[in-house]
Design a protein around this ligand. Structure first.
Ligand code: IVH
Length: 681
C-alpha cells in the first residue's frame, strides 16, 4: 500500500471512492444478519486508511464518505417489545420443483390425497421490514419491529407518523395485532437520495435500507419527513378471528383501512401458482416498490393451524424467490477467511460493481474444489450473482476474456491466521484449520458467536467489541466476558467508552449470567449444533451435566443418535467436542460464572407435557408428522424407540416389536382414536 504522503491527488480520489464502497458494503454485512466477510481488524484498517487519506486531502472528502456516517447501530436505544405471538420467517422455493414439493409436503402432512383440492393464495413478497401493529379497543397502542422474531423494538412513535397506517379502527375485536411490511417506493427513494446528496449526507443503497434507516430514527420527526408506506398481509394475536381464510382476511384488512396488495390471487395447484408467479415477475419492473418473490399460502386458516411450524417458518407458506441478479466484474484477489469451526473460506476480492442496486466488492468462492472446478483465476473477468440477502457468489470466469497474466490460486495447506495445518477430512469439501482454540480466528469467531443475538445476546457487546477486547487481551475465552468488570480500569481509558456505556455493558452482561440451557448450548458454537438441535438436546437431556455424561459415556454414539432430531453427524460432533480438553476447560470455566437453567417444557397445561411418547404402526386419521407435531405442541417428546423412559405408546394397525416391548415394560398403549380424544381435550 502506498503511504498516504506519496499518493497523487488522482490516486487518492480513486482510493477514497473505493474505500467508500468497501466500507459501506462491509457495514451492511455487519449490521445485517449475514456473516461479515472480513475480520473486524481488517474493517478497522479500511476506516483508518480512509481517515488518513481524508486528513491529507481535505478537498477530496466525498459526500458519501464513511466518516460522515455515524455508527449505524441505533438498535439498543429503542425499548424492547416481547411479541405476544412470534413473528415468523418463510422457507424459500427457487424453482417449480420446490413449489410442487411444498404442496406435496402439505398434502402428506394433512394425510390428503395427492390430487385433493387445496385452496391457495399467491401474493408478492414485499422487500421491506416487517412490523407488528397492536390495536387495543380499536386504538393503535404499540408498533414493534420483528427483531429476532420473539423480541423486537418499540417504534410506536415513528409508526404513528405513517399515513398508510390507521391509528384507530372501528368495529374490530378488542385486541388486534396487524402485521405487514413497511417499505419505501422507488420514486420516494430516488427523491430522498437526491435530497441527501444535496445536503452532503450519505445516500442509501436501496429502498429497503432507506425504509429501515427512516423507521429506526430516535427522532420521530425525521421518520415523519420520510415517505414510508405499508402493506398488511398477516396478523398476530386476535381476541376473536373475524375471518376464516387468508383471502377473507385480506378483504377484512382492506375494509378496515389497511393497504393490501392488489396483486394477490387465488390458486388451486402448482400450475396456478406458477402462473401468478410469472405474471408478478413480469409486472415487477412496472411496480413502484421492490419485491423479491411471490409468497404462497394455504388459504384455509383451520388447515394453517393444523400445519403449524417447523423451527421458525410455517409449513403452510413459502416464498418463491425471483432469480438472482447477475453482473460481470474483475477478480482482483482471493482472501482466505477462517470461520468459527476452522473452515477456510475463499473470498473473492472484486472490482466493485453494482448488482441489483447494491455495490458488491466481495463474493464467496465457497471452497477449494469450487475454485478448481470453475477454474477461476486471479485477474479473470467473472460473473457474479446476488440473491436476496445472501452473500454474493462467483458463478464462473469468462474464459474468452482471460488475460495472459491471470494467476491460478494456490489454496493454503496451513491456516493463514495461526499457521496450524489445515486438513480436509474424508468426504468433506471444506478444509479446516486444526488449531482449535489455539487459532486466534477461531477463538474470536467463537466469541462473536457466543455473544450473538441468537446465543447470549449481550446488548452493547457486538462483534467489533469482541474483536477489540480480544486483541487487547481483555477477553480470551467466553467466561472472561463475565469477569470483564474486574478489568474496569482498562475500559475507563478506552476510546468510545464513557461511564454510562460501561455501566450499561456490565448490566447487560450480568443480565445473561443466568441462561437457558438451549441458548447456552447454541452459544458454544459446536459444529452442526444450530438453534433447533440445541433445543432438541436441551429437551432430551434437561441439564448440561446429563448431556455431558451421555456424550462422554461408552455408548455415547448410540445414546445420542437415539434422540429425536439427532443424527450420527451431530452425535459425533458432540462427542468430539466433549472429549477435547480445551473445550472442557472452557465449559468448567463458564460453569463457575453462570447459572445454566435446566430445560423447562413449555407450559402447555396438557397432561402430556414433559412425557415421552412413541408412535408405532400406521395411523389412519393423520400423518405421522402431524401426530408428532401435535404431541410436541402439547409439550411432549416423541421418541422413535420404546425404553423405560417411555410414558405412552400410540399404536396403530401393524404395530409390532415396539408394542411388544411396551407391554413387557408395562407401558400404557392406546390406539389412534384414543390419542385423538386425549390430545384434543
Ligand atoms: S407472510 C407466517 N407475506 O418476508 C408468515 N411475509 O421472508 C409471515 N414478507 O418476515 C410472513 N411480503 O417480512 C408474508 N406477502 C407476504 C410478505 C412477507 C414480505 C416478508 C416478511 C417476512 C419475510 C419472510
Amino acid at each position: 500500500m502506498t503511504p498516504v504522503e506519496e499518493l497523487t491527488e488522482k490516486e487518492a480520489a480513486k482510493e477514497l471512492a473505493q474505500l467508500a464502497m468497501d466500507i459501506a458494503f462491509h457495514n451492511a454485512r455487519y449490521h445485517g444478519d449475514d456473516a461479515p466477510l472480513i475480520s473486524d481488524a481488517d474493517f478497522d484498517a479500511l476506516v483508518k486508511r480512509n481517515t488518513a487519506i481524508e486528513a491529507h486531502f481535505p478537498d477530496l472528502v466525498r459526500k458519501d464518505s464513511p466518516s460522515h456516517q455515524v455508527g449505524a447501530k441505533a438498535s439498543s436505544k429503542f425499548a424492547k417489545v416481547q411479541h405476544a405471538q412470534r413473528m415468523l420467517s418463510l422457507g424459500n422455493a427457487f424453482n417449480d420443483e420446490d413449489v410442487s414439493d411444498f404442496l406435496a409436503r402439505i398434502r402428506r402432512f394433512l394425510n390428503m390425497d395427492a390430487e385433493a383440492a387445496l385452496d391457495l393464495v399467491a401474493e408478492p413478497k414485499i422487500d421491506g421490514l416487517s412490523i407488528s401493529l397492536r390495536y387495543e379497543n380499536g386504538v393503535l397502542v404499540q408498533a414493534a419491529t420483528r427483531g429476532d422474531g420473539s423480541e423486537g423494538e418499540d417504534v410506536t412513535a415513528n409508526i404513528l407518523t405513517i399515513k398508510d397506517i390507521p391509528q384507530t379502527l372501528s368495529d374490530v375485536p378488542d385486541i388486534c395485532e396487524i402485521r405487514g411490511e413497511i417499505y419505501m417506493s422507488k420514486t420516494d427513494f430516488a427523491a430522498l437520495n437526491a435530497q441527501q446528496e444535496e445536503a452532503g449526507k450519505p445516500v442509501f443503497a436501496n429502498p429497503r435500507n432507506a425504509a429501515a434507516g427512516s423507521l429506526r430514527q430516535l427522532d420521530a420527526s425525521i421518520t415523519a419527513s420520510r415517505p414510508l408506506k405499508f402493506f398488511a398481509y398477516a396478523w398476530g394475536v386476535m381476541s376473536t378471528l373475524p375471518f376464516s381464510t387468508h383471502s377473507e382476511a385480506l378483504t377484512w384488512l382492506k375494509a378496515k383501512g389497511f393497504p393490501t396488495n392488489p396483486l394477490s390471487k387465488a390458486a388451486k395447484d402448482a400450475d396456478d401458482l406458477i402462473k401468478v408467479y410469472k405474471h408478478i415477475e413480469v409486472a415487477r419492473g412496472e411496480l413502484d416498490y421492490d419485491i423479491d418473490g411471490v409468497v404462497y399460502k394455504v388459504d384455509d386458516l383451520g388447515l394453517q393451524d393444523r400445519l403449524g411450524f417447523v423451527a421458525k417458518a410455517p409449513r403452510w407458506a413459502i416464498a418463491h424467490k425471483f432469480p438472482a441478479e447477475k453482473a460481470i466484474t474483475i477478480l482482483k484477489d482471493i482472501d482466505i477467511q477462517v470461520g468459527r469451526t476452522g473452515s477456510l473460506t475463499p473470498v473473492a476480492k472484486l472490482e466493485p460493481v453494482t448488482v441489483g442496486g447494491v455495490v458488491v466488492s466481495n463474493a464467496t468462492l465457497h471452497n477449494e474444489d469450487e475454485i478448481a472446478r470453475k477454474d477461476v483465476r486471479i485477474g479473470d473477468h467473472v460473473r457474479i450473482q446476488r440473491a436476496g440477502d445472501v452473500i454474493p457468489q462467483v458463478i464462473e470466469p469468462l474464459l474468452d476474456k482471460r488475460p495472459k497474466d491471470s494467476k491460478r490460486f494456490q489454496f493454503p495447506m496451513f491456516c493463514p491466521v495461526c499457521g496450524s495445518e489445515a486438513v480436509r477430512e474424508e468426504g468433506e469439501v471444506v478444509r479446516r484449520c486444526t488449531g482449535g482454540l489455539i487459532c486466534r480466528a477461531q477463538r474470536v469467531e467463537r466469541l462473536k458467536h457466543f455473544v450473538s443475538r441468537r446465543a447470549f445476546d449481550i446488548d452493547g457487546l457486538g462483534a467489533k467489541h469482541v474483536e477489540a477486547f480480544h486483541e487487547d487481551d481483555l477477553i480470551q475465552s467466553p467466561a472472561d466476558i463475565f469477569r470483564l468488570k474486574d478489568k474496569r480500569e482498562h475500559l475507563d481509558t478506552r476510546e468510545g467508552w464513557g461511564e454510562q456505556s460501561i455501566s450499561n455493558l456490565f448490566d447487560a452482561i450480568e443480565d445473561k449470567r443466568t441462561i437457558p440451557l438451549e441458548r447456552f448450548l447454541f452459544g458454544l458454537g459446536i459444529r452442526h449444533i444450530g438453534e433447533v438441535t440445541a433445543k432438541d438436546l436441551a429437551k432430551a437431556f434437561g441439564t448440561l451435566e446429563a448431556l455431558e455424561e451421555a456424550a462422554t459415556s461408552e455408548d455415547a454414539s448410540e445414546t445420542l443418535s437415539a434422540i429425536d432430531g439427532i443424527g450420527s453427524v451431530v452425535a459425533e460432533a458432540l462427542i468430539s467436542f466433549f472429549h477435547e480438553e480445551q473445550n472442557r476447560a472452557v465449559l468448567d470455566d463458564l460453569r463457575g460464572e453462570l447459572t445454566i437453567e435446566a430445560y423447562e417444557a413449555e407450559e402447555t397445561g396438557s397432561t402430556f407435557a414433559g412425557q415421552t411418547l412413541v408412535f408405532t404402526g400406521s395411523l389412519e386419521k393423520m400423518s405421522r408428522a402431524e401426530a408428532k407435531a401435535q404431541a410436541e405442541k402439547l409439550g411432549a417428546k416423541v421418541s422413535g424407540s420404546v425404553s423405560a423412559k417411555t410414558n405412552l405408546v400410540i399404536a396403530g394397525p401393524g404395530a409390532g416389536s415396539k408394542m411388544k416391548k411396551a407391554t413387557e415394560l408395562g407401558i400404557d398403549v392406546i390406539d389412534e382414536d384414543e390419542w385423538l380424544r386425549l390430545s384434543s381435550t
